[in-house]
Design a protein around this ligand. Sequence first.
Ligand SMILES: Cc1cc2nc3c(=O)[nH]c(=O)nc-3n(C[C@H](O)[C@H](O)[C@H](O)COP(=O)(O)OP(=O)(O)OC[C@H]3O[C@@H](n4cnc5c(N)ncnc54)[C@H](O)[C@@H]3O)c2cc1C
Length: 337
Amino acid sequence: MDAIFNPVGDAPNVWHPADAREAYLLKRRLGRQAVYVAGGTLLRTEWEAGSRSVSPHWIDLQRAAGMGEVFMQTGGLCIGSQVTLGTCRKHPTLTSLYPLVGKAIRCTAAPSVRNVATLGGNVCSGVGDVLPSLLLYDAELVWQNEQGREAPLPLREWLELRAAGALDPDRILLAIRLPERADESGIRQASGGDDALPSLLRIEVYHKVGRREAFSPSLVTTAVSAEIDAAGCFRQVKIAAGGGKAMPARLGALEAWLVGSKADLSRLPDVYERVMEEYQPAGDIFAGESYRRKTAASLIAADLWQLLQQTASEGGGRYAEPIQQRNALEGPSGRPG
Ligand SMILES: Cc1cc2nc3c(=O)[nH]c(=O)nc-3n(C[C@H](O)[C@H](O)[C@H](O)COP(=O)(O)OP(=O)(O)OC[C@H]3O[C@@H](n4cnc5c(N)ncnc54)[C@H](O)[C@@H]3O)c2cc1C
């Protein structure tokens, strides 16, 4: 173990391991006395609020090799866990192929915080505002354990295992992988890419509702993408919700119910009711569980309504507007219950 050790009076001991394996072994040795620190922005908030005690040993991940790049690889885009939210937000491939990730990051904290905070830290918190957008794109997580790099684990599964307390707490998140999109040619068309084909009718929207219009912790976040095909039926429907301390989740039952069904306005009351049934967020002192569910249900139904409006304005035709990205901070009026 040759990690650099900086003892400074009573201050925490800060360790700078050379790579993820060394960091993992260090954490194993120091146990609960140590904490991994990436940007430290969430940890600092928790320490200041007294919701977590300050650990005597900090294991700095930002200088560890191999976790700070964004690159294309076979099957998708790989984002190192130590890449800052600020870098992600400006990354052209990331924001063009996975626009809702860029959108969610834009709604997270202020630029000065985003320049330090990492995507890995947002994921590892289990409640970060970027998570619903990553869930929407079927993100996978790559972890380091004692043996080395593990096989990618779907984010969806990791969230469930985490909630069940069934994970090795010392594992290090190495990277977030965004799989190649099956509908990528559709995105290119919708974005006015090379093809001479007209734009595909689709919607891709992220919302964050907070206690204030901006620079506010979230109460509810939603991410929705959907298309209407030539037969006037929903396809490629993906819906995720989260916000506050609620575990973000994909609404798989609602997605399955919508895919292949006729896209018309009469479905929307059922969409609302199904979100109310399927989404189970926990309430807190800022917003009750019922407020969160109703807000998520209203946002999701409104997004699909917008898609149906496009169809109507195109006379029911298949091809219509480019990708729609409404103001991410738009939300329903109403007070937290
Ligand atoms: C003013 C302010 C506003 C904020 N606003 C928002 C907001 O709007 N939305 C939002 O989601 N968050 C917000 N945050 C919280 C925070 O900035 C983000 O969640 C950020 O992405 C966390 O990243 P970080 O690198 O700072 O994580 P850190 O604070 O370093 O770590 C967070 C947690 O993840 C663990 N961890 C980090 N990296 C790894 C890894 N690679 N492997 C294993 N464990 C790891 C740490 O041990 C810690 O438990 C805000 C914070 C501040 C200070």
